[in-house]
Ligand binder design. Structure first.
Ligand code: PEP
Ligand code: MN
Length: 334
């Protein structure tokens, strides 16, 4: 349930409504807006009888929301959020954020080369996985903690904030020391314990859509993070599993305008994992911006043929520079 207060409602009236909600054994979460305050009501299992609330002074409207996700919804938070992460801003009215870098951190030199290359082409943030959620146990699993150091060093050398994936709760403390943004990968989108811990941190999080997750499940996963108090969440569409095998996944671009209407959180697109094919990365990156993505995340490797992970979908320096030039033209048009 959402209680919308009058724009002239006083702080005392807002507090009285919050107290009435608490008296019903529910949680009141005030959501201040530029025009008026709303109060989100959480903790109810089903329909809430609003008779003790709707006639209180200052209450304009009571809206019953039955979605499993509330804090991420536009019902609870009508204005679009701008999420600051590593000094970069994701959201409406902001230039699209370009995150680029290799799938995995492989060595100090590989990471430095990648960082300078993506920075020179105009990227805003550096990516690189130290903990890799590989489908098979015999594939390269990442350099772990050593990789975090190389990622940080490379980001600092090129002047770029860094994002990296965290797979387990025990890794969180260390990853937060090295990274500017935490990535929760597709395979961990429903690792609810991890989502809850990340929600307690107040650290920016990029949450990737699970490969078989519906939009409702995707937004409900984000809800876990917001419910613990962390609103610094950026969503990422990375392709979903369909019957089609010509591409690694099927990029669900319609999710971008859909989610922009349903949620206030920013959403970016990862065309690399969505397609699995280098030749499709640039067209899909451009398409993502056309449909309203707040940024893109692209895999770039100094020498994709030698990449230990996802070389076939990685752009090289020249390919990424070309894409950046095209995106700049597109931005002018958009
Ligand atoms: C990644 O971005 O490194 C990654 C593993 O992607 P996903 O979780 O989307 O498969
Ligand atoms: Mn990858």
């Amino acid at each position: 349930m959402l209680i919308v207060m009058d724009h002239a409602a006083t702080e005392a009236q807002v507090a009285a409504v919050a107290a009435a909600v608490k008296a019903m054994g529910l949680v009141a979460q005030p959501i201040p807006g530029s025009e008026r305050t709303a109060i989100g009501v959480l903790g109810n299992e089903g329909y809430v009888d609003d008779s003790s609330i709707r006639d209180l002074p200052g209450v304009r409207e009571v809206i019953h929301v039955s979605k499993p996700y509330k804090l991420v919804s536009r019902d609870f938070h009508p204005e679009a959020s701008v999420v600051e992460a590593g000094g970069v801003r994701f959201g409406n009215g902001q230039p699209p954020v370009i995150i680029a870098g290799p799938c995995s951190v492989e060595s100090e030199t590989q990471m430095l080369a990648a960082a300078h290359l993506v920075k020179a082409a105009g990227a805003h943030m550096l990516r690189g996985g130290a903990f890799k959620p590989r489908t098979g146990p015999h594939s390269f699993q990442g350099l772990g903690y050593e990789g975090l150091k190389y990622l940080r060093q490379a980001g600092d050398a090129a002047g770029l904030p860094v994002i990296t994936e965290v797979m387990r709760i025990e890794q969180l403390e260390t990853v937060c020391r090295y990274a500017d943004v935490l990535q929760i990968g597709a395979r961990n989108m429903q690792n609810f314990d991890l989502l809850k811990e990340v929600g307690k941190l107040g650290f920016p999080v990029l949450l990737k859509r699970g490969m078989s997750a519906t939009i409702e499940e995707f937004l409900s996963a984000a809800e876990y993070i917001l419910a613990e108090g962390n609103e610094r969440v950026i969503l990422c569409e990375r392709g979903i599993r369909t019957f089609e095998r010509a591409t690694r996944n099927t990029l669900d671009l319609s999710v971008v305008p859909l989610v922009r209407g349903m949620s206030h959180l920013p959403i970016i697109v990862d065309p690399s994992h969505a397609t699995g094919k280098r030749s499709l990365v640039a067209p899909m990156a451009k398409a993502a911006l056309v449909v309203g993505a707040h940024g893109i995340m692209v895999e770039v490797h100094p020498d994709p043929e030698k990449a230990l992970c996802d070389g076939a979908q990685s752009l090289d320096g020249a390919g990424f520079s070309k894409l950046m030039a095209e995106l700049n033209v597109l931005r002018g048009i958009l």
